[in-house]
Design a protein around this ligand. Structure first.
Ligand code: CA
Length: 239
């Protein structure tokens, strides 16, 4: 009994991995378990739906399954649950990404992905939904973001960010490795698309860089993806 209790306490959460490619499923499972998550793997949509009632804290859902569309499963889940969902897909089209988020997925990871990044995204999403967003830190505590207090620390001294800068940085930090287009970033800070405004994102990024980067031309956090946008390249510290 005591053993069981301590096992339950140790788990960071129950994750359902819906993925038909067993190699990918095994890797994801191994990485999540290493971080003390309890993992169930379902190789088909049917199996996924049959185990849903077991209750999960988060679902990682492959878009292409042999028996069902990941989108259909997502909609089925959304009919009676608000469990966080991360979509996995080999498709890299912008429309698919938006479509995926439109049908109720909370986040999107494009294959091939690094398992480490996926685990970071799982943790970030769980923090976001639980509302227990404690401090998150990057590059060995070089950058610390305390979302509950709206505070950012660089090399242990506090930096002052405007609310817009904070919102942008927080969004990047929650999605390490993900490329955001300028238009997506406009959408994040304004809540809607506003063409023509996207270049001002560059100004915000420049300001944030001045506050958190050691070398403006060699950023270790906000990398420019030429012709596309930006991505966050800080390395999340282990919890
Ligand atoms: Ca698949």
């Amino acid at each position: 009994m005591i053993l069981m209790l301590s096992f339950i306490t140790m788990s960071n959460g129950r994750i359902l991995v819906v993925e038909d490619e067993s190699k990918i499923a095994e890797i994801v499972k191994a990485y999540l378990e290493r971080d003390n998550f309890t993992v169930t793997v379902a190789g088909t949509g049917k199996k996924a739906i049959s185990v849903l009632r077991e209750g999960f804290d988060l679902i990682i859902l492959d878009l292409m399954l042999p028996d069902m569309d990941g989108e259909d499963i997502c909609e089925t889940i959304r009919n009676d649950s608000s469990v966080p969902i991360i979509m996995l897909t080999a498709k890299n089209e912008e429309e698919d990404r938006i479509k995926g988020l439109g049908i109720g997925a909370d986040d999107y990871v494009v294959k091939p992905f690094s398992p480490r990044e996926l685990v970071a995204r799982v943790k970030a999403l769980l923090r976001r939904v639980k509302g227990t967003r404690d401090k998150i830190s990057f590059n060995k505590e070089d950058l610390v973001i305390d979302a509950s207090r709206f505070e950012v620390w660089k090399k242990k001294s506090q930096v002052t960010l405007t609310p817009t800068e904070f919102k942008l940085l927080q969004c990047f930090a929650d999605h390490p490795g993900q490329v955001f287009t300028r238009l997506q970033l406009v959408n994040i800070i304004l809540g809607y698309d506003f063409e023509g405004y996207d270049r001002t994102i560059d100004a915000h990024i420049k300001n944030i860089r001045h506050k958190i980067e050691d070398h403006q031309r060699k950023p270790t956090y906000l990398k420019t993806i030429y012709g596309v946008g930006y991505k966050f390249i800080g390395q999340p510290d282990e919890d």
